[in-house]
Write a protein that binds this ligand. Structure first.
Ligand SMILES: Nc1nc(=O)c2c([nH]1)NC[C@@H]1CN(c3ccc(C(=O)N[C@@H](CCC(=O)O)C(=O)O)cc3)CN21
Ligand SMILES: CC(C)C(=O)C(=O)O
Ligand SMILES: [Mg+2]
Length: 264
């Protein structure tokens, strides 16, 4: 596999080839995922939950994401490396530019931000200054206290329409990738077809251009509850590299996510 770039992902979308993404937080797992051809590795703020044991992602800091980004970078040969911007690290465009620079200098190829309309100017400013942006809509976990829990988004007509319009506006503002989390499959399909940029789904059905899961869920070691949209691939394979290979294969051939992993 050659180096993964935003252009190679765009080409995969255009050719109808599904790509695979996983979270990674250290060099060893990143090296294994990269060697299995996982196109995108995300240093997710989910680390606040799966590494640190918090109940949500809000306690995570930019320095913590930067620390893990440096480690993951050392494990990568080809995968595209995205770093999550933590809660309140991009509340203003100025804060976003300052903190995104820290993550890019730690080795990220792109930063990911949660939000829609309010982020448009920030997305444009980052992109114009050389920082590629992945947008994130739907169940944006940093807003868990506004949502009143980790709840599916976009089930009613008004919110579905708003999410679609925000996706189009983020693309127009310069976003080069989009994550859709926990929305009905039909809405995710509509958005994926409406956009030219690649769309990555998690709990968003089978019709997005790529799929992402939290590595701990794929390897069956999440503390406590595994979300309905995730799948433990270690159970069926018994070996980490084989589990990652199986996840990539099932995404590529369209068998993951199945109906049991999908919201209507
Ligand atoms: N281990 C892990 N996996 C994840 O996918 C994940 C994290 N951690 N941490 C950050 C966010 C939080 N995420 C979550 C967490 C819980 C649900 C959840 O409980 N979902 C319910 C749906 C609730 C409803 O019906 O509205 C489910 O049944 O899956 C969803 C996303 C996704 N991300
Ligand atoms: C679940 C993915 C999309 C994420 O944002 C994270 O791991 O933090
Ligand atoms: Mg995140």
């Amino acid at each position: 596999m050659a180096k993964v770039t935003t252009s190679s992902l765009l080409k995969m979308k255009q050719e109808g080839k599904k790509f695979t993404a996983l979270t990674a937080y250290d060099a060893s797992f990143a090296g294994a995922f990269d060697a299995e051809g996982i196109e995108i590795l995300l240093v997710g703020d989910s680390l606040g939950m799966v590494l640190q044991g918090n109940e949500d992602t809000l306690p995570v800091t930019t320095d913590e994401i930067a620390y893990h980004t440096r480690s993951v970078r050392r494990g990568i040969k080809q995968s595209l490396l995205i770093a999550d911007m933590p809660f309140m690290s991009y509340a203003t465009p100025e804060q976003a530019m300052h903190n995104a620079a820290i993550l890019m200098q730690a080795g990220a190829n792109m930063v990911k931000l949660e939000g829609g309309q309010w982020l448009l100017q920030t997305v444009t400013m980052l992109t114009e200054r050389g920082i590629p942006v992945c947008a994130h809509l739907g169940l944006t976990p940093q807003s868990v206290n506004v949502f009143g829990g980790f709840k599916i988004q976009g089930r009613d007509e008004a919110n579905a329409k708003r999410i679609l319009e925000e996706a189009k506006a983020l693309q127009a503002a310069g976003a080069q990738l989009l994550v859709l989390e926990c929305i009905p499959a039909s809405l995710a399909k509509t958005i994926t077809q409406a956009l030219t940029i690649p769309v990555i789904g998690i709990g968003a059905g089978a019709d997005t251009d790529g799929q992402i899961l939290v590595m701990h869920d794929v390897l069956g070691i999440s503390s406590g509850y595994i979300p309905k949209f995730s799948k433990n691939y270690l159970a069926q394979t018994g070996e980490i590299r084989a589990a990652v290979k199986a996840f990539k294969e099932e995404v590529a051939n369209g068998t993951f996510p199945g109906k049991e992993h999908t919201f209507n």
